[in-house]
Design a protein around this ligand. Sequence first.
Ligand code: CNA
Length: 244
Amino acid sequence: MSYDKLMDMILNSNYIVVLSGAGISTAADIPDFRGPYGFYNDPNVKAESVFDINEFKNDPSIHAKHFADFYAKMVDANPTKGHLMLKKIEDMGKLKSVITQNIDGLHQKAGSSNVIEVHGNIREYVCLNSPHHRVNSKDIEDKIKNGEVIKCTECDGTMKASIVFFGEHVQDLEKALTEIQKADLILVLGTSLTVYPVAGLPEYRKDHTKLVIINDQETSYDYDADLVLRDKIDTIVEKLGLVK
Ligand code: CNA
């Protein structure tokens, strides 16, 4: 019944905007943060500090050590059925943009054309001394996968992946907000909606805009949604039948 309702909502919309999180990529074997098998539930990792900019400046080796495996998983992953379904909805002329908190690049790998990466991405490393000192991650991949701290070849500063750490500003927030305000349907997929300011973006939607939340755990915005599907994303894909 809810799946039929979701399908109707998709078919009756003309400007769908997606807000995605780590949960859309768990089926590609990339752990999320707050799900039951997430990074935050790993007793061997002090997860909060691994992605904290002040901790990183203090001692980048802790981040480098823990990021190695995570990076390898992301860079070698293929898009999930969830990513492919979104591309399909774009091809139907319905979906106009994907705002993602993810850094793994899988929406682009699936072919989505308008992806707003509010938490950055892993494609480049940037020097802490100068935003102009950049290197393509592919060129230093062995070092990243070995858990080494990356040093800038221009000034010997410390480099970090161009992802947004806790304590840093999110990227393209204005662009994301503009999309939210253009939307007639917002699909939120695989995010715990706990990381701000991105979690609050759907609150800025227009009065007529419908909100759907698809997540296997409860979120604090469920009360505000027109439809909540507390399922695995793969289950939704299967029920909608848009991707085999
Ligand atoms: P989160 O806080 O870990 O939440 C993910 C949510 O998805 C949880 O509520 C899970 O229960 C749910 N979930 C997991 N798998 C599925 C599934 N198959 N179907 C349905 N629901 C599922 O992650 P958020 O994205 O909300 O938090 C934002 C952080 C996480 C951003 O800064 C990201 O950069 C960061 N992150 C990104 C990746 C990635 O790029 N793949 C991976 C891990 C963390």
